[in-house]
Design a protein around this ligand. Structure first.
Ligand code: NAD
Length: 310
């Protein structure tokens, strides 16, 4: 059997079920309509489940060990931080991501969040719908400097679009080596994180959450940013130390933060960052477009079948 947890999968049932069924697999679906807990995954997959297609459901060592027949995990998405990769390797469970299936959608949301920060469109729309007619004085993005942190699939698309908006684009990624891309799009590589943070009007995060990048944005790095700076995070909540971000936004040490991700999703209703006017959060919707959802569904099924064939 194959366990499929992402809820948007049912839209593509007609395309996907026959693929798996033809290959001889039965399908177990997640009918909770949300991310599963560790115990729920174990209950569904403790035996006779050889493959899984998962969203951000927690695949800890305990879960991977408890699913006795599991041989392969295919991520419906890109970030693998919900999967204990070391444990998977020890247990000989193969893991693959659907890299490149949602980069355009996430890049477009990052740009949307930049405009939201610059123009407060959502605030003005809500005000007018409530009978008001108040303008919020914004800023232009043209001519501003954007620091793209992480130059992978998503970071590159953001960099190209920012260039199209007549912004100056800097890129920080110690592992980046696509120099042709930099030349072709007139993007400048920056080798120092403190430097890119200190010169950017907009800082946008497009790197994975791994132990070295956890709390990359913290009290020290926030201090290096301009008081007028906008922080965009569509990658993972834990890249940012939220206590330090709260303090920086409250004291106006940076101007604005717009995120699509949070350390705990959904955040608690009493979350203090949500009380700030200069903080906005969307519900991890970066990849939630018609195009990306279809590509992720098909790609993750093919990826899983390839792994199970090996
Ligand atoms: P990718 O693997 O193509 O790119 C990641 C880039 O980060 C790589 O170029 C890598 O060299 C770079 N990097 C690694 N460590 C770094 C560091 N310390 N400093 C700077 N750069 C570093 O991945 P991608 O498709 O561009 O996705 C980026 C992240 O976006 C994913 O890891 C995931 O967490 C997140 N994501 C979020 C959503 C969403 O719905 N909001 C959807 C897809 C992906």
């Amino acid at each position: 059997n194959i366990l499929i947890t992402p809820k948007s999968f049912h839209t593509y049932k007609e395309k996907i079920d026959p693929l798996l069924e033809r290959a001889g697999y039965g399908i177990l679906a997640n009918d909770t309509g949300r991310t599963l807990t560790e115990d729920e995954i174990i209950e569904l997959a403790k035996e006779n489940v050889v493959g899984m297609i998962v969203g951000i459901d927690p695949l800890s060592e305990r879960v991977l060990r408890s699913c006795r027949d599991l041989r392969a995990v295919s991520k419906y998405g890109v970030g693998l931080d919900n999967i204990d990769l070391k444990a998977a390797e020890k247990l000989n469970i193969k893991v693959v991501s659907a890299l490149g299936s949602n980069h355009i959608s996430v890049a477009e949301l990052a740009i949307a969040l930049m405009f939201e920060a610059a123009r407060r469109v959502s605030v003005m729309i809500a005000d007018v719908k409530n009978g008001g007619w108040s303008r919020v004085r914004g800023i232009e993005l043209t001519g501003k400097t954007v620091g793209v942190i992480g130059g992978g699939m998503i970071g590159k698309e953001v960099a190209k679009r920012a260039k199209g908006l007549c912004m100056n684009v800097l890129l920080y990624d110690p592992y980046f080596n696509d120099f042709e891309f930099l030349e072709q799009h007139e993007i400048t590589r920056c080798d120092s994180l403190p430097e890119i943070l200190s010169v950017s009007d907009v800082v946008t995060l497009h790197l994975p959450l791994v132990p070295e990048t956890r709390h990359l944005i913290n009290s020290d790095t926030l201090q290096r940013m301009k008081p007028s700076a906008i922080l965009i995070n569509t990658s993972r909540g834990e890249l940012v130390d939220e206590d330090s971000l709260y303090a920086a936004l409250k004291d106006k040490r940076i101007a604005f933060a717009a995120q699509d991700v949070f350390s705990k999703e959904p955040p608690s209703p009493s979350e203090k960052l949500l009380t700030l006017d200069n903080f906005v959060l969307t519900p991890h919707a970066g990849a939630y477009t018609a195009e990306a959802v279809e590509k992720m569904a098909i790609r993750s099924v093919h990826n899983l079948m390839d792994l199970l064939k090996e």
